[in-house]
Design a protein around this ligand. Sequence first.
Ligand code: NAD
Ligand code: ZN
Length: 351
Amino acid sequence: MNKEILSDSYSVFFKKNGFDNLSNHLRNKNYSKIFIHVDNNTKQYCLDLFLKKIHISNYDLIESCDGEENKNIESCLKLWQTISDKGGDRNSLIINLGGGVVSDMGGFIASTYKRGINYINVPTTLLSMVDASVGGKTGIDFGTLKNQIGTFYDPKMVVIDPEFLNTLEKNEISSGYAEIFKHSLIYDSTAYNKLINNDKPLYNLKTIYSSILTKNKIVLIDKKERKERKSLNYGHTLGHAIESYFLNSDNKLLHGEAVSIGIVLASFLSNKLFNFSIEHVNSIKNHINYVYKKIEINDDQINSIIDLLIHDKKNSHGKINFILLKDIAKPVYDVQVKTEFIKESFKYYLS
Ligand SMILES: NC(=O)c1ccc[n+]([C@@H]2O[C@H](COP(=O)([O-])OP(=O)(O)OC[C@H]3O[C@@H](n4cnc5c(N)ncnc54)[C@H](O)[C@@H]3O)[C@@H](O)[C@H]2O)c1
Ligand SMILES: [Zn+2]
């Protein structure tokens, strides 16, 4: 595929065309140092494949430990230290080869090292291809607060190749798919119609392409998340609370798995408050139940999840705002919802 997606200061390229552009970029820019940032898994599963695809003679590897629990300042300190020890200067480049943890953290260290050096994202998970690697948000967690410290700082380029997904666990694929489905719901009824009747995640190149296109369009309208970019949080208000609730249980959920439940709940609430068609709501629930294992959530757990939601927001002195839908591709922003409706939405998901 030669069609690239243009963002404000960079492009998203695909497959061979992407690696050709990356190779040209490296040749033309004449970077003083190239750092390839991997985690333990992408070092094992993605690095050789990546090096086969680009022409790069000289690079240094910087490595972080995989997983959200390592997306923190301690990991950044180690990365900055290695870059500094190896003589990284203002004209150095970081290539993030990995999932959203690698690109969020690698983007963050790039944005701060020497007041900002260039970085490029080569995402290796479905989630990072369609979501994390695009849009210029970088960051790390702070204690239990996700993405609390960060910057808006665009990459120089993003290169997408679904071949990396061959080694990714199936549940990670499904997790990333939740964001593809979300993008279709908030912005793209054509994509929605393609996805909704499948009983498994659709994630071919075309689907990935149109999903990135959607995210990019929304970011271009509202980079700093004043209004339209908030729609990317569809399903995430309750999704995050569900994710946090199950974090320390035997039933730990991946981000997209929790968000998929949040999508069903938000769709139910959209019907309740904005007359979003019940046929859509039922189709969405059926689709999610095909793609994801149904999670049993009892009354006590529902109450705890709602407490978490309220508690989190109290801590941030904010209100609990939902993104809901009037129709496919017609989001409504900053909606406040009664607790009683939230409980009903769980009953609907569980029914
Ligand atoms: N910046 C943004 O706009 C944005 C948007 C969405 C999500 N995010 C962030 O993204 C992160 C989640 O990203 P993720 O889902 O990619 O998780 P991840 O980076 O933790 O990757 C998931 C797991 O897959 C492994 N892995 C990665 N690629 C692989 C491959 N090709 N083969 C085998 N294993 C592989 C990783 O080592 C890790 O264990 C979160 O921290 C979230 O906050 C950021
Ligand atoms: Zn998400």
